[in-house]
Unconditional design. Structure first.
Length: 150
């Protein structure tokens, strides 16, 4: 019995913590627009892929989707920092990725007065130079209240 408990405890402790933390914020602008920012903080050696990749025959591109709403209007496309572009021997293709602390940004314009809720999700795949983790989807929800305007 004690051995079983020790094995169970060891297996729980051996589960690695995800090498990325996501944070989400709404940054009101002077012109009435709001920047929805999705920030990935990656452990050294790990990366997430860019929003578009040269081929769909390898890793999955990062996808950030906002739930459609009458409360706001998306303006333009999701923006990302300039990704690193390199040949990846593991996939046998050129890939584009982000490491460090990339911030993905979507401009929106609220269509109503009062609080506006922005819901969405980030789908991403993490890799390092030796391995990849299965794709993960992280939901998020932000409330833009009139008090947060600049």
């Amino acid at each position: 019995m004690m051995a079983s408990l020790l094995i169970l405890l060891w297996s729980v402790l051996a589960v690695p913590v995800a090498p990325v933390k996501w944070s989400f914020q709404a940054v009101p602008q002077d012109n009435g627009e709001v920047l929805v920012q999705c920030t990935a903080t990656l452990e050294e050696g790990w990366h997430v892929y860019a929003l578009t990749l040269p081929s769909d025959q390898g890793p999955i591109a990062t996808a950030i989707r906002l739930k459609p709403s009458e409360a706001y209007e998306p303006l333009g496309d999701m923006q990302e920092p300039t990704p690193v572009e390199t040949y990846d021997q593991n996939f046998g293709m050129v890939v584009r990725y982000h490491d460090g602390t990339p911030i993905f940004t979507q401009r929106i314009r609220p269509r109503k007065e009062g609080p506006v809720v922005v819901e969405g999700e980030v789908e991403y795949m993490l890799c390092n130079d030796k391995t990849c983790l299965p794709p993960v989807t992280v939901p998020f929800s932000l409330t833009i209240s009139p008090e947060t305007k600049p």
